[in-house]
Design a protein around this ligand. Structure first.
Ligand code: CDT
Length: 330
């Protein structure tokens, strides 16, 4: 039986450093209104959707970056998103920088900063929260880079794992999972969601058009190819849908690529953004499509061999293999 969901990916164009949350939130509310007019039941916004991609800006004192963080959700600035959700009966996914006062692993109460995403029910209740696990970039100022990428300076590694929850979604129910930007490049993240029978992955990204860590050449088009490749493979191998949604365009002279996509469990792109501006793409997703992969080639219970995968969790970096040499002749 079909389980249909009308899913919207709301790509955001650039947000400049000088622009306040009111600018971003106003644009997002307009996208929610448009999504509603197009019959969408869920809208997915990008990573760190409320501000410019601030990890490109170095602060000597990391606390000085706190102005980019949210201490509560909803807040005065984000309330219009929650009101729009109620008004239009539409759920939404939001990526934001989270500043929490909570105990760390040692039980010490302190300020903690995460790159976070939530899925919010149309009622305004937060259904699911995720804190980014794979933080790219570096923690210290890198003079060799044209543009900094300081996620390791401003955020802690997420401490919530990769949770999945079954929740009402549009006129149906779905197993929902979240990941954030760089996570999409790690098959381990997809598989942890797949092992919880995820049906819809919502993920936002801010990806520079150029690889600033690379001293050599990396073809421009391959940046988009690798993003799509990762999402399409993740969906196929875990029999799920995904909305992968960009913040795009040029922020204070620094370019992020767009190409937001909605992907089905066959790994096919159902819809793709064509601009680097605010843009809504919509796809009708039949969640029962997830069953085929799950019952056949990716029936994990029948085919997975965890006893052969020990290295995946036992080891972090790669190790050189033993060397083989041909026996000396004679
Ligand atoms: N935001 C984010 O995670 N961006 C990374 C850029 C990698 S370059 C440091 C990404 O994987 O798209």
């Amino acid at each position: 039986m079909a389980r249909t969901l009308v899913l919207a990916a709301a790509q955001l164009g650039p947000i400049q450093k000088a622009e306040g949350r009111d600018v971003a939130v106003g644009r997002m509310v307009r996208l929610m209104e448009k999504a509603h007019r197009r019959g969408a039941e869920v809208v997915v916004f990008p990573e760190l959707a409320l501000t410019t991609f601030f990890p490109r800006w170095y602060e000597e004192e990391p606390e000085r970056a706190d102005r980019w963080f949210e201490t509560a959700l909803p807040s005065a600035a984000t309330a219009p998103l929650f009101e729009a959700a109620r008004r239009y009966g539409i759920g939404f996914h939001l990526g934001y920088a989270e500043l929490a006062h909570e105990p760390d692993a040692a039980g010490r109460m302190r300020k903690r900063r995460f790159n976070t995403a939530v899925y919010v029910h149309p009622s305004g209740e937060i259904v699911l929260k995720y804190r980014k696990v794979h933080l790219p970039g570096h923690a210290e100022y890198d003079p060799r880079r044209g543009v900094q990428h300081l996620e390791k300076r401003y955020f802690e590694v997420g401490d919530l794992g990769f949770p999945v929850v079954r929740a009402p979604l549009g006129g149906t129910e779905a197993n929902i999972g979240l990941m954030i930007c760089n996570d999409r490049r790690w098959p381990e993240a997809w598989r942890v969601l797949g092992l919880q029978q995820v049906e819809l992955v919502m993920l936002g990204y801010n990806t520079p058009s150029l690889n600033m860590e690379n001293r050599g050449f990396e073809a421009h088009h391959l940046r988009v190819f690798h993003s799509h490749l990762s999402v399409q493979a993740g969906c196929y191998q875990n029999a799920c849908f995904a909305a992968a949604v960009a913040k795009a365009g040029t922020e204070d002279g620094h370019e992020l690529f767009g190409h937001s996509i909605i992907v089905n469990p066959q790994g096919e792109i159902m819809a793709q953004a064509t601009s680097w501006e605010d843009e809504l793409i919509v796809a009708e997703c039949d969640l029962s499509m997830c069953d085929l992969g799950r019952r056949t080639i990716f029936d994990f219970a029948r085919h997975r061999r965890p006893e052969a995968y020990g290295r995946i969790t036992a080891q972090v970096g790669s190790e050189a293999p033993p060397a083989w040499r041909p026996r000396p002749a004679g």
